[in-house]
Design a protein around this ligand. Structure first.
Ligand SMILES: Cc1cc2nc3c(=O)[nH]c(=O)nc-3n(C[C@H](O)[C@H](O)[C@H](O)COP(=O)(O)OP(=O)(O)OC[C@H]3O[C@@H](n4cnc5c(N)ncnc54)[C@H](O)[C@@H]3O)c2cc1C
Length: 434
């Protein structure tokens, strides 16, 4: 066991932790000592404090990185929980299988994907990650281990999917992959203006396009200028996998590169560039799904104070108006970033008691940390989300209040019965009290 400073993707602080490196899934969990609560840490791709446990213990899981089996006829893969989604994609896609749900980065662990029940650009078709998990093996802090699935201990299974690491440490997983013909996608880029036009594009696209997503100019207010993107897997082979030229943010600039001076021109240029590309294209899965993974350490561009992401979902019937009001509020505040995404969630029901997705509109924006000014804006956005009956995404959160969490997650009390008494996180202490 060692001592070290650990941060999350938003880089809001490096916090002291006791660290234990897990490498053997059959060994019971190590105790950090009496009264020391601990938490599993995947690859730290959560933006806020859901993966942090200041002054407590962290079980680091990326050493649990072995594949156990892969049935190429059925597409069922078994692996340890620290395997990265990138490694599954690299193994499976050349063999005709793909992860059915994948987020905007492939540099996260399977355990982290389950604990936040992550979603991708195809929620309307495939639901969230947990919908494709067949079995989980969990280690508990009392030294026991247990298996769960839809049939075996289904309540524990449902608490663990989207369970924020609080029900035990996931060490082993079976996942059902989806068939795919190759690494290429047929894509289309369509500029839009207004939430009504966005919704009409989303509705018409979801019938025949597996992936839909849009970038939105966070300064455009109620007029909501954006770029809609849709894609399907292609049967065509457009050649060799393009070489990846890995770029790296060399250092942390002394101030955020995203600021009042840069935001407007950045947004303008990005929109004009995308508008000039309107129409049909093809894309490799890496550049379509994970455009930011090629710039290692891009999170440093927000400077030493780090950044927040604010991701909400609001139900469909009130969503359009709520998103317009939020965009108006953000545009008037003059803060935000060019990393702003608007998309829809469809009807597939998540399995997790605390899963984030629900049918509606989800808006996600990065904000440089400007202290009180940023937090006050979030308070105003919270009111809009809450009045619309929506909720915030724990994976992206570093500041939501307990009452906001309770209002958004009505199955919280049911979930609490499945918490492991030896596990706690900075997030759980803030929104659950322990
Ligand atoms: C560029 C970028 C794009 C993203 N895009 C999306 C997106 O499109 N959709 C989306 O849903 N999310 C997205 N995310 C968020 C990301 O997918 C989640 O935060 C994910 O949970 C991170 O996984 P991780 O392995 O890094 O886990 P961590 O961030 O280290 O941990 C996340 C949670 O999982 C728990 N955990 C980790 N491993 C285990 C384990 N073995 N057992 C039990 N609990 C465990 C932790 O305790 C913590 O609660 C994005 C993040 C980034 C940086």
């Amino acid at each position: 066991m060692t001592h070290g400073f650990v941060e999350s993707w938003g880089r809001m602080g490096r916090w002291p932790h006791e660290l234990s490196y897990l490498t053997d899934r059959s060994v019971p969990l190590t105790s950090f000592g009496q009264d020391v609560m601990a938490l599993a840490y995947g690859n730290g791709r959560s933006y806020g404090d859901v993966c942090l446990n200041s002054d407590g213990g962290l079980w680091l899981t990326t050493g649990l990185n072995k594949f156990i089996s892969f049935n190429q006829d059925t597409g069922c893969i078994s692996c340890e929980s620290g395997v990265l989604l990138k490694d599954i994609q690299s193994l499976a896609i050349p063999r005709g299988w793909i992860l059915p749900v994948t987020p905007g980065t492939q540099l996260l662990t399977v355990g982290g994907a389950i604990a936040n029940d992550i979603h991708g650009k195809n929620h309307h078709e495939k639901g969230s990650f947990g919908n494709h998990v067949k079995r989980i093996k969990l280690l508990k802090t009392d030294g026991s281990s247990t298996q769960c699935s839809r049939d075996l201990e289904p309540e524990l299974f449902s608490a663990t999917i989207g369970g924020l690491g609080l029900t035990g440490v996931i060490v082993e997983v079976d996942i059902q992959l989806a068939r795919v013909s190759g690494p290429w996608l047929e894509t289309e880029i369509i500029p839009y203006t207004g939430i009504a036009e966005f919704l009409s594009l989303a509705d018409s696209s979801e019938k025949s396009w597996e992936y839909t997503v849009s970038w939105i100019d966070c300064l455009s207010g109620k007029s909501a200028r954006g770029i809609f993107m849709r894609a399907n897997h292609s049967h065509n082979n457009y050649g060799d996998t393009p070489g990846q030229r890995e770029l790296k943010m060399p250092l942390t600039p002394p101030f955020s590169l995203v600021n009042k001076l840069t935001l407007k021109p950045f947004n303008y240029l990005y929109r004009r560039l995308q508008e000039s590309k309107a129409g049909a294209h093809y894309a490799h899965y890496v550049s379509f799904f994970y455009p930011l993974d090629n710039l290692a350490g891009w999170n440093k561009m927000y400077g030493p104070r780090g950044f927040y992401q604010y991701q909400s979902v609001v139900p469909r019937h009130l969503g359009a108006e709520a998103v317009e009001v939020m965009l108006d509020e953000i545009s008037r505040s003059g803060i935000g970033s060019f990393l702003a995404v608007l998309k829809t969630f469809g009807s597939p029901k998540p399995l997790g008691m605390l899963s984030f997705p629900e049918p509606g509109l989800t808006l996600a924006l990065d904000f440089p940390n400007q202290g009180d000014k940023t937090l006050k804006l979030f308070d105003r956005l919270d009111v809009i989300v809450r009045e619309a009956g929506g909720r915030l995404y724990p994976a992206k959160d570093a500041r939501m209040s307990r009452s906001m969490f309770e209002a958004g997650y009505p199955r919280l009390n049911e979930f609490l019965a499945y918490r492991d008494a030896g596990i706690s996180s900075a997030f759980s202490r803030r929104v659950m009290g322990y």
